[in-house]
Every structure is written in C-alpha cells, then in structure tokens.
Design a binder for this molecule. Structure first.
Ligand SMILES: [Zn+2]
Length: 274
C-alpha cells in the first residue's frame, strides 16, 4: 500500500553550476590597459604562456609602461594568482589576432598568462598546482561572462603565424574534464592519407573551409600554402598535441570533424550555453 502523504517529487538542481571558488589573488595593477571597445564584453577566454625565463621577469614586463603589454591574470607555477587588469577592462595580450570574424581580440577577451619559459627558454610541463588555479579561475571567468566552450582558445589559435603558446604540453583535456573549453578525444594517428604544403585541389579547399568555419583566420585558396600549414599546426597544438607537424593527416581531419560536429550539437541545444 502506498504511503498516504509522501513528499512531492524534488526538483533536480541545475546540471552544472560551477562553484564560485573564492580564489586568493594578489593585485598587481598594470598600467597597460584601457576601456573595451564600445558595447563589447568578453566572449573569448584566451590562454597564453609567459615565454620568459622567470615569473618575476614576466610580471615586470606585463606591468612595464614601455612594453605596453598586459593580461588580466598571471598564474605562477606554484598556483599563485596575480590580477593585473580588472575583467571589465581591456588588457593588451593578443596583438594582431583573428577569430571567427573578429580582429580586436583584446576587446573581446579575458587574457590569462600562465608562467612557463616556453619553447624559447626551456618548455616544460605545467605543474598540477598551476593547472588547479588555471582551472578554478577559468571556470569562474566562463561562468561570469557566459563564454562558450569553443571560445576558450590558445593564443596560437588566434595568431597562428606568430604564436605557439600555451603549446602542446598544455592539458586542454583536463580543463575540459572540469567543464572548461571544447575538446574531443583526438583520433588515433595512423599511416595513410595526408595533405601537406604544396598540395592543392578540392580536398585542400574543404580542409580550409572546415578550419575557417571553426574560427581560424584562413583564406580559402585551395592551395596548402604557408598560412594553411600554420593554421594546421596551431590546430594540432590545441586539439591533437601528440604530433605537431603541420601535416593534415587522417587523425587531424577526423579530430577536426568531430570537434566541429560537437559545436553543432551544442548549438542546437545539447550543451550548456551560459
Ligand atoms: Zn601569448
């Protein structure tokens, strides 16, 4: 016999509700900042590495009025978090950049510099304590501004001709597991079909179209030119880091397809949008 007055069914809590972790941070205001472009709010989270021998050298440069560069945040290797520019202001971290039709990436983004000597000064893995802070910070940023997963980007994604950061050692998969960024398991690398510098024709045009549709700045020339190689390299650094060689092999193509399909699914209501 059913109980006479059972409680009403409980309402499920929201599926994902990132906790607003009260991150400890050190304020170190940089003079290198200004207002965002009229009416523009952050819709991109852009991750960098500092690419300098020490954290101290990077902090000094990011606060030096002569250098004219800055970021909103710096995360040291031990997880210490510095705030240099308030999120509602424009920091100077992206330089000449492009993503999905926009070129004033500084106005459209929050920039986080992650301390690492980088490819020029001894590139090394990002310690767990550092990634823990980056993850907590990033969860807060994307929740505060409603930044879409596919707009959590590497500096190399928006400036593939100039930049390699934060590079192929950055654990995008771990961030995605914590709810930050768009990631699919890269397809296995197998021998066979590959497009590379100098190739041309319809398949190359199709590759360019897919990369451009995803957001990369890439003209549809139908020729696997230098720019195409740079963009494929940037794509691999972020999404297929096991081999970064600028050759569009089958694994690269399949991973790109899976990634693009994932965005399409999210856009039709499958994913969390804000
Ligand atoms: Zn950078």
């Amino acid at each position: 016999m059913a109980p006479a007055n059972h409680p009403p069914p409980t309402i499920d809590p929201p599926m994902i509700d990132p906790p607003m972790i009260d991150l400890q941070m050190i304020d170190l205001p940089s003079p290198n900042q200004g207002p965002r472009a009229e009416g523009v709010t952050p819709s991109i989270l852009l991750l960098h590495y500092t690419g300098m021998p020490t954290a101290a050298a990077a902090l000094e440069r990011l606060c030096d009025p002569v250098a004219k560069v800055s970021s909103h945040y710096v995360v040291d290797e031990d997880g210490t978090l510095y705030r240099l520019v308030d999120e509602d202001r424009r920091a100077h971290h992206a330089g000449v950049s492009f993503w999905a039709g926009a070129s004033d990436i500084n106005s459209a983004s929050i920039g986080v510099e992650i301390v690492n000597p980088g490819h020029e000064h001894g590139y090394r893995p990002f310690p767990d304590a550092q990634i823990a802070t980056v993850t907590a910070l990033a969860r807060g940023v994307v929740a505060r501004w409603g930044i879409l997963p596919e707009r959590v980007l590497a500096h190399s994604d928006v400036a593939p001709d100039r930049k390699q950061d934060p590079g192929e050692l950055f654990p995008w998969d771990r961030l995605a597991a914590a709810g930050v960024g768009h990631w699919v398991e890269p397809a296995a690398i197998t021998p066979g079909l590959a497009f590379k510098r100098g190739d041309e024709g319809q398949p190359v045009a199709a590759l360019q179209a897919m990369l451009a549709h995803y957001g990369y700045g890439l003209p549809l020339t139908g020729v696997f030119d230098q720019r195409t190689e740079e963009v494929v390299t940037a794509f691999q650094r972020h999404f297929r880091p096991e081999r970064v060689d600028g050759v569009a092999d089958r694994s690269t193509l399949v991973t790109l397809k899976r990634l693009s399909d994932g965005v399409a699914v999210a856009a039709t209501g499958g994913g969390k949008r804000a």
